[in-house]
Design a protein around this ligand. Structure first.
Ligand code: NCD
Length: 319
């Protein structure tokens, strides 16, 4: 048992990696998000006088949208910062941009970037709290928190989870932080399903081994067999934008694109409690006919993003 967590522990904290939190702290955030979900009025003024700066160097619908909505629902304000219209396009360094933003005294920066480590770099440069909204293929800690929240909502507990994580496990940042987070809970079993080229990074599997996680790796052709034995599948899309530029990347992408698709037919022998998660956006990896079945959980999962982000803003920006 770690030390008892209190609300003040989160004041002005950065969220760069899911590893920055203890398991007790993760559990505290999930419980806080439940409070936010149940009693929205209690938080209706939590962000009064506070300003968030979203710095999105990569496209986003849910992450940027749910952070903004979370801020607005709690009476906070959001700077309309568009990277494509900023001086970064004139060649200004990232460091100068963020030092300038810091000088304007906002309360929190939320950053997404295509390079691994960018959130850590910014957190080291500025004195205001920084939230990593995805850095390259590295991590996406707030997505992981909403994934954990959703798993808890589906099956009440984060212990004894039996999950398949499928798709692009090499470049997908959400499988990386999710696997590391699940590793903290009792007796989890993870089946990694991917094309050969897109397997989980070996150093991450090494970490899971050290934590004594029960995991196995499968090829995509085994997806149907695997999901008949799991209670959850976490599907992900091929991260085309992270493949190497040039002939090698093109060749590998052609091999894997459209190679996998979860179809209705593949669900005929799944357990009744089976659910499909996906961080979204989904492209071709889930047949849209699945959207209206009881197995689809991804839109509910996206909705949970608002509760998690409200909870995080409330905890980090508290006076
Ligand atoms: C994910 C991401 O950006 O890593 N999207 C999200 O934030 N929900 C997944 C993806 O882009 O495939």
């Amino acid at each position: 048992m770690g030390k008892r967590v209190i609300k003040e522990d989160f004041r002005r904290r950065d969220i760069v990696s899911i590893e920055d939190f203890s398991t007790e702290e993760i559990n505290y955030i999930l419980e806080h998000a439940e409070k936010v979900e149940k009693n929205p009025m209690e938080f209706a003024n939590s962000m009064t006088g506070k300003i968030m700066v979203p710095l999105f160097f990569e496209n986003s619908t849910r992450t940027v949208g749910s952070f903004q909505i979370a801020m607005l629902k709690m009476n906070g304000k959001v700077l309309d910062f568009d990277v494509d219209r900023s001086s970064i396009q004139k060649g200004e360094t990232l460091k100068d941009t963020v030092k300038t933003i810091e000088a304007y005294e906002p309360d929190i920066i939320v950053v997404r970037h295509s390079d691994d480590g960018t959130a850590r770099f910014i957190a080291d440069v500025v004195d205001i709290p920084v939230i990593n909204a995805g850095d390259g293929k590295n991590q996406h800690p707030t997505q992981t928190l909403l994934d954990l929240y959703s798993i808890k909502q589906i099956r009440k507990s984060l212990d004894n989870v039996n999950i398949a994580i499928a798709g692009d496990l090499k470049y997908g940042r959400t499988p990386h932080s999710l696997a590391l987070a699940l590793a903290r809970y009792e007796n989890c079993k993870i089946s990694f399903v991917s094309p050969e080229y897109l397997k989980m990074p070996r150093d991450l599997l090494k970490k899971l081994k050290e934590k004594r996680v029960n995991f196995e790796e499968y090829g995509l052709e085994e997806l149907e067999k695997v999901i008949n034995q799991t209670e959850l599948v976490y599907m992900t899309r091929v991260q085309r934008e992270r493949f190497p530029e040039g002939p090698e990347g093109d060749f590998e992408y052609k091999k894997v694109s459209r190679q996998y698709c979860l179809t209705l037919d593949m669900l005929k022998n799944v357990k009744p409690e089976f659910r499909i998660m996906h961080p979204l956006p989904k492209v071709t990896e889930i047949d849209p006919k699945i959207d209206d079945t009881k197995y689809a959980y991804f839109f509910k999962q996206a909705k949970n993003g608002v509760y998690i982000r409200k909870a995080l803003l409330d905890l980090i920006c508290q006076n």
